[in-house]
Design a protein around this ligand. Structure first.
Ligand code: PSU
Ligand code: MN
Length: 304
């Protein structure tokens, strides 16, 4: 098995059983504009450190899967250019070609698992896209197959939220909602759908994950963490913006891995930064929760 390249900070943390949180990098390379993307990536790392965990931003750099990046590597991902977007199935080709890639949730889970990192924070996961097509993100399949806990702010309504939740159920991926009864909708706290088990204490979420592992479930786990009230967008306004972006994607015949970056870019442009500000707030919020879960897990490990 490949052992991802790690920073000395990461190597030491894992060897000592300290809490570690993985972070994805498609959000840097294909989710937010330069230079805000790189600034946010470093802020998110800081938020994790402040909670007592070690951050490991995951990417492929010149064909090397990495868990833990330095500032120059983060800037390179943020500037884009020859940086591709890699899902887990793309990793092999990236390695052979020596490519540099931002890793999606699926690819980040794969590399985190290889590095021995069990907890991962992102903004939103991919899911079932709207429309009659068969565009279902590999994030869902990877969640069914790889034992990494993923903290997200739910699924944004560029996706079909009810269908995404159904697929997670079919794939038997455990879903927890942090501090709320409804599954959140990324920019807003509510989706109208009650799905998943509510837990308010990060230690309980860590305990559920441990129970799932003891059951030999073999899946990951999805933790949905609603955007803080103060940062949430108006549901009607953002809904109308999303509908327009979806119509434009269809008119342009967007397909495959280009769909999600196109939609995210449109939302950020059309809302003059309000969608971006909300996105940043929720990523920071998710990073803090993931760090608390990792800290609780490490404490439980050292007690055992
Ligand atoms: N959803 C978001 N922001 C993102 C993504 C999804 O709200 O940045 C990114 C993540 O990296 C996710 C990927 O893993 O898009 C999913 O891409 P696709 O739909 O092509 O599977
Ligand atoms: Mn897709």
């Amino acid at each position: 098995m490949i052992r991802p390249q790690m920073t000395p900070e990461m190597e030491a943390a894992l060897a000592e059983g300290r809490p570690v949180v993985a972070l994805e990098s498609t959000i840097i390379s294909h989710g937010m504009p330069w230079p805000r993307n790189a600034e946010v990536a470093l802020q998110v790392e800081d938020a994790i450190r402040q909670e007592g965990a070690v951050p490991a931003t995951v990417a492929v750099i010149d064909g090397r899967p990495c868990a833990g990046l330095d500032e120059d590597q983060i800037a390179r991902l943020g500037q884009g250019g020859d940086v591709v977007k890699a899902a887990s199935r793309d990793l092999g080709a990236c390695i052979v070609r020596g490519a540099t890639a931002g890793t999606t949730v699926s690819a980040t889970m794969r590399i985190a698992a290889l590095a021995g990192i069990g907890t991962f924070a992102t903004g939103g996961i991919g899911g079932v896209h709207c429309g009659d097509g068969m565009d279902v993100s590999a994030d869902l399949t990877e969640l069914s197959a790889t034992d990494v806990l993923v903290v997200c702010a739910g699924v944004k309504s560029i996706l079909d939220i009810p269908r995404t939740i159904e697929v997670l159920e079919t794939l038997r991926v455990p879903v927890a909602v942090h501090g709320a009864d409804e599954f959140p909708a990324f920019y807003t706290r509510r989706s109208g759908i009650v799905a998943g088990e509510r837990f308010d204490d990060p230690a309980d979420i860590a305990a559920v994950r441990a129970a799932n592992a003891a059951l030999g479930l073999g899946t990951g786990m999805l933790v949905a963490n609603p955007i803080p009230m103060a940062d949430a967008l108006d549901a009607e306004q953002i809904g109308a913006t999303i509908d327009a972006a979806l119509a434009e994607a269809e008119a342009r015949g967007m397909a495959g891995k280009d769909v999600t970056p196109f939609l995210l870019g449109r939302l950020n442009d059309v809302t003059e930064g309000r969608a971006l500000a909300a996105n940043i707030a929720l990523v920071l919020n998710n990073a803090r929760l993931a760090a608390r879960i990792a800290v609780a897990e490490a404490a439980a490990r050292s007690e055992a």
